[in-house]
Design a protein around this ligand. Sequence first.
Ligand code: 5GP
Length: 370
Amino acid sequence: MSMKEAGTKPDMTRERTGKGSLLVISGYSGVGKGTVIAALMKEHPEYVFSVSATTRAPRPGEVDGREYFFLSKETFASWLSEDRFLEHTTYLDRSYGTPRDYVESRRNEGRHVILDIEVEGALNVKKACPEAKLIYIIPPDAASLVQRLTGRGTETEEQIRGRLQRAVDETAVIPSYDYVVVNRIVQDTANEIHLLATGESGSRLPKEEGLSLAGQIRDDLREYLKKYDEHAIISRNVSQDKENSMIHPSYSELMTKINNGGDEKDPVVKSRYSIVMGTAKRARQMVDNGYMEQEDHARKPLSIAVEELDEGRIRILSNQEYQQMLAEKAAEKAAKTAEEPAEEAAPAETVPEQTEEVAEAEQPAEEQDA
Ligand code: 5GP
């Protein structure tokens, strides 16, 4: 499209004129891009964030003109007809676009402009502006992405599912990026991006390894989505034909049951995804420890895990219980290593940030009987 190319000609004179560089940062939705960019800008005032326009509604805490320009569909269309976007796209039924004037004027002032845009937009920018550096941020693994997306509690399950599916699809485009960066510790990720942006060092993770990790995450997410969909279908069948179905309650019913009588303000389980995660973990545990070899193969490990949870044979621990369990384990360990002073028994760092955990130690009754 000529609109996208206009105003984004390759800038070969950047060094001589002192024009700022252009950094395109993409990543799976929920990977923590925003936090990384904020850390980068806090440390280095020479960066500016290009505020995009969107037709999606603001999330709690988002401010018009800071995270986005929140536009109506009509206003977005009129900006488009006035050629005010450097690039634009549709993402999950919402429009997003990079305002051209802002990017160009800041670069002309010598500032480095950061674009936080999805892959299609990134590739359009690269085409028009080959000196732009394209960086793709991935999580350390699939589970942390799912946890982050469900944990922020701002999207419906359907939207979360859409974002995970989009992550799976997007993986195919990552090879077109210049660098792949794994977001483990925000400050480290920000520093790595700064070094890449300034050309002070190459990527910490060779691109091939980054792509291979991204492929693994994509496979795990596919597996997760398959299990989620399988259960959605099973749940539908159960409600349509309770008599003929072998399967257990829905995740919503389980959630109510698990939280029943608990603290409403601080429930054990905050979303159905926590149960999906917990039962998927338990299912994998059953496969790993050979339990399925003794089981009736008509039943899937996930179905058994859900049934176990329903019957109280396994349990999801509240955050408090989980922390207590870790502290007890640490205390036991410390007691064994005799001379160590008692206060070193449970260092604060041993408590992870996760909020729920399936009790790993519990075994299904059948196993105990066997
Ligand atoms: P979110 O709704 O989560 O803030 O953003 C959804 C996706 O839209 C993210 O992948 C984000 O990077 C992308 N995005 C945000 N602004 C723009 C933009 O101006 N252009 C394009 N192409 N993508 C954008």
